[in-house]
Write a protein that binds this ligand. Structure first.
Ligand SMILES: Nc1ncnc2c1ncn2[C@@H]1O[C@H](COP(=O)(O)OP(=O)(O)O)[C@@H](O)[C@H]1O
Ligand SMILES: [Mg+2]
Length: 239
């Protein structure tokens, strides 16, 4: 069974979508489109009747709701219907919590227990963790923490995206261990190109580096972001 990604152009590249109940690692440098990718995945799932959990560790839920609105994705509507939970793990010290679902510290056990309960409560089919690095600020036992996350994601009925922000091109995980709990690995890129007018221009591209149970090409495809979200040019040439 395949889970439609909702990212225009992606499903035809990976035999119809992500393998059901798999975990996909999405990585890329800041500004490459990871958060938009995840919002689109969650929102398009909601439109298909698949409930979702969005665990946000970097941005406040209110920022996500506002960003999503730019693409006409009304998250609040689905939150009100108990089909979507935006879980606030952005843990800003000193600010009183304003969200229904939140944790104040980044205790992994606590976070995973809550995720587990919420997944049962709303019968979630899709889950996003955006992003992993804040969970590993204290650089101890990263490997065992990652494996704990992997175990919970295996137990719940969700097809999950975990985001890792990389700090240099050509790395696909921050800690070098995230990929071990993922059955798929997608990287997003933003590269400078020399245009004919000698102006600096950037080009976005997406690369499916690994997808178990799937025949996929190993090449980069250009994509763009417009008012509908992320759109991959599946016939596009990268020079
Ligand atoms: N409404 C929009 N239309 C087109 N491009 C956008 C829009 N909103 C954001 N972007 C582009 O997406 C980038 C941010 O994407 P985001 O998913 O937040 O990146 P990441 O999570 O990888 O840091 C912005 O820097 C901008 O280039
Ligand atoms: Mg982001």
């Amino acid at each position: 069974m395949r889970v439609k990604t909702g990212i225009y152009g992606l499903d035809v590249l990976i035999e119809g979508g992500f393998p059901e109940e798999s975990t996909i690692l999405l990585s890329g440098m800041p500004g490459t489109g990871k958060t938009i990718f995840c919002l689109q995945y969650i929102y398009k799932g909601l439109e298909l009747g698949e409930n979702g959990i969005y665990i946000t560790l970097e941005e406040k839920p209110e920022e996500l709701r506002r960003e999503a609105k730019r693409f006409s994705w009304d998250l609040k509507k689905y939150e009100n219907q108990k089909k979507l939970v935006i879980f606030d793990a952005s843990a800003r010290v000193g600010l009183p919590p304003t969200e229904k679902y939140f944790i104040e510290d980044l205790d992994i056990e606590n976070l995973l227990n809550k995720i587990y309960d919420i997944s049962l409560e709303i019968k979630a089919k899709r889950l996003v963790i955006d992003s992993l690095p804040p969970l590993f600020e204290k650089e101890e036992d990263i490997r065992s923490k990652i494996h704990k996350i992997g175990r919970i994601l295996n137990e719940i009925d969700c097809t999950s995206i975990i985001v890792s922000e990389t700090l240099e091109e050509n790395r696909f995980s921050r800690f070098g261990v995230e990929e071990f709990i993922a059955r798929g690995l997608i990287t997003l890129h933003l590269e400078e190109i020399q245009s004919r007018l000698r102006m600096k221009e950037c080009r976005r591209s997406i690369f499916v580096r690994k997808m178990r149970e799937t025949k996929h090409k190993v090449r980069r495809y250009p994509f763009y972001i417009d008012e509908n979200g992320i759109n991959i040019d599946v016939k596009g040439e990268l020079l």
